[in-house]
Design a protein around this ligand. Structure first.
Ligand code: ZN
Length: 111
């Protein structure tokens, strides 16, 4: 049993209030406290589709941008591939930033 706000261990307390952050909880109501000692990591099932969506979006944006600069009649295939690769690198950087931000967000789980 852990606090929903700060994940303080709530076992063996006399009152139904977190001594760390003051958040109230009901021992009989599992919705008012957390079973795990910290925020769970986002699962790959959630993470991957979001990353794929961002990548697809960036690829389309880049491809449109490249296509508008390509003279009429020229082949766009290589440009589209390059767009997809740039978008992939950007998506990778974005996911790393997101994961670092999440790791820092977890840090105050313990006093
Ligand atoms: Zn708390």
């Amino acid at each position: 049993m852990h606090c929903l706000s700060c994940y303080y261990d709530l076992h063996g307390l006399d009152e139904s209030r977190c001594p760390e952050c003051g958040r109230g909880f009901e021992p009989d109501d599992p919705r008012t406290w957390s079973r795990t000692p910290r925020r769970p990591w986002p699962s790959l099932r959630v993470f991957l589709p979001i990353m794929f969506g961002i990548w697809l979006f960036l690829t389309i944006v880049f491809a449109i941008d490249v296509a508008s600069q390509t003279p009429a009649g020229g082949s766009n295939t290589l440009a589209v591939v390059e767009s997809a690769m740039s978008a992939f690198i950007l998506t990778l950087v974005f996911s790393v930033v997101l994961l670092i931000g999440f790791a820092f967000g977890r840090r105050h789980s313990r006093p």
